[in-house]
Design a protein around this ligand. Sequence first.
Ligand code: PMP
Length: 375
Amino acid sequence: SSEAASAPTGWPPLREELRGLEPYGAPQLDVPVQLNVNENPYGPSAECVADIATAVAEAAGSLNRYPDREFVELRAALAGYLARDTPHDIDAAQVWAANGSNEVMLQLLQAFGGPGRVALSFAPTYSMYPEYARDTMTEWVQGHREGDFSLDLDHARDLIKERQPSVVLLPSPNNPTGTALPPEAVTTLCETAAESERGGIVVVDEAYGEFRRSGTPSALELLPQHRNLVVSRTMSKAFALAGARVGYLAAAPEICDAIRVVRLPYHLSAVTQAVALAALRHAPELLGRVDELRAERDATVSWLRGQGLTVADSDANFALFGTFADRHAVWQRLLDRGVLIREVGPDGWLRVSIGTAEEMATFRQALTEVLAQEA
Ligand code: PMP
């Protein structure tokens, strides 16, 4: 009971503020159509699987040794991969990686947050951010987004000036809304944060960056202009490698060096490094379906609008739609039909990840039935 959870004699001796909290995570249910955690629906080809297996077998022979603590080969390969999204050079010393971009961003908070410091974002946004703050004893401050989920730059500037954050976290495209940040917004935020007491860093979380619509540049292009800009990426989404747990960032080398102080030694296993390097060799294949998924995303948004629903503009591999008086009932009725989506975002909204054409057809059929039932 909550009484027991808050009793001073509670066991185990968990930090007060953590008592009674549920661990973060969506339900992992074994249903035919899983469109709830923004995964890539396509697995790697047999050739890619074989290459990964060979790389892991090679790494296995020296698992008695600790892995390369500085993962230099992987950093260089990731820098090479990022070069496709910016005309400027990215050096291996500007790249850092960890077990998923969640760990990358937690490390950023460990290095740049902490007691007496503030981390800031604009809601609705990725719900892990307040957890990084909580876990590093950083104060969490949240501004708001406009009705269309874009950022009001005057509000953003005012809030940064008022609260002097040492870390600003902003996904672009935003989760769960799909909203991308225009480059002017990144520039304004970086300039404003740089003026704050400690010269705060701005983390543009591009977990879904590869899915952005044409014409939206990556924040990577702005790195040479702002030494406080950090661009976070992941191999979990466009790269179809969520199971391998590899996230990374590009930033000034001084920022990477600062993270090295807080990272655990050998945090990236030899197996993880081998898998990531092999996968990067297959980048064209793994990323090959991104265009297909973007087209499927645009078609899904149009179809949902055609049903009379409100849908947020999306630059990601998911769409946020609504609004429903009882979103839980809609979620449950879809699940009853074998389609798992996510109950997330502001009240009344639901989020669907973009799957294969067949999965999206099943989703449309199921939602059509549910909407007919609702009416
Ligand atoms: N950032 C955003 C905005 C996300 O939605 C996610 C995953 N849902 C992540 C970061 C973390 O992904 P990973 O740890 O798999 O890189």
